[in-house]
Design a protein around this ligand. Structure first.
Ligand SMILES: [Zn+2]
Length: 252
């Protein structure tokens, strides 16, 4: 019974599990996406690039940011402009902990595939964030089904408008400007851990676990977390994860 309850509390996608992960990587060279993109030479191994795509439930991003901070580490946290705008208070709180905050963009989705409007909105959103006192150095494309036949994914905006990054005074984008031949990509998208030896959009990763990817102490890693899937209480994790699984089956 004691074992059962221990297993329950250390269940994946809980703060306890995330805390343990931070503890495991605390002695490694942990860096933000901006740090990684900025240096032409890879950081000394073992290194871990920490990226967080905060799709919604923004306070969950702050909760994970606090745990990362507890171990004296830094990561990159990307936020969307949602119906109510950016969660500026949460973004400021995350930045105050020394983390990088970035722009999680989906302007092609919002502009129904109109590249001119999407580019203008991209620049507007970045300006809005900078006007709010936030230092924005990198952006991350949000992945959702395209809303028009003119594009496949939000990243297409930067692929077709290569000058836009410079215009926006950004160091880079989290996929476009990362050489994944140098570092394996690991993601928790859809509550499933996948490892990609050489990541490219729309490729299929190999199933894994967070524990497995951190087991090799000399490994180079680029990990993408989705904080909305991580809860303080294991019961909440169990509830939302099950709900997501059922939802997926219904949508199929
Ligand atoms: Zn996203």
């Amino acid at each position: 019974m004691a074992f059962l309850s221990r297993a329950f509390w250390s269940m994946d996608f809980t703060h306890t599990a995330f805390d343990r992960f931070c503890q495991r990587i605390a002695s490694r060279n942990v860096c933000t996406v901006a740090d990684f993109v900025m240096h032409a030479a890879p950081p000394t191994k073992p290194f871990v690039v920490l990226r967080f795509d905060v799709d919604y439930r923004e306070p969950h991003g702050l909760a994970l940011a606090e745990i990362v901070h507890k171990y004296g580490l830094h990561g990159s946290f990307y936020f969307r402009h949602r119906a109510g705008g950016f969660s500026l208070d949460v973004m400021r709180a995350v930045a105050a902990l020394g983390h990088e905050v970035g722009y999680h963009f989906e302007t092609l989705d919002l502009c129904r595939g109109d590249f001119d409007r999407a580019a203008a909105l991209f620049l507007d959103h970045i300006q809005l964030l900078r006007n709010a006192g936030l230092e924005i150095r990198t952006a991350a494309a949000h992945g959702s089904p395209s809303t028009a036949p003119t594009y496949t994914r939000n990243l297409d905006l930067l692929v077709q408008r290569p000058n836009l990054l410079e215009q926006a005074e950004l160091l880079g984008e989290t996929t476009l400007n990362v050489d994944f031949a140098r570092v394996p990509y690991v993601s928790d998208a859809n509550w499933r851990w996948r490892r990609y030896a050489h990541f490219e959009p729309d490729t299929v990763g190999v199933p894994t676990t967070l524990r497995a990817v951190t087991q090799h102490p000399d490994a180079a890693l680029y990990i993408n977390f989705h904080p909305q899937q991580w809860f303080a209480r294991p019961l909440s994790t169990l509830y939302f994860r099950t709900r997501n699984r059922i939802g997926r089956q219904v949508r199929r």
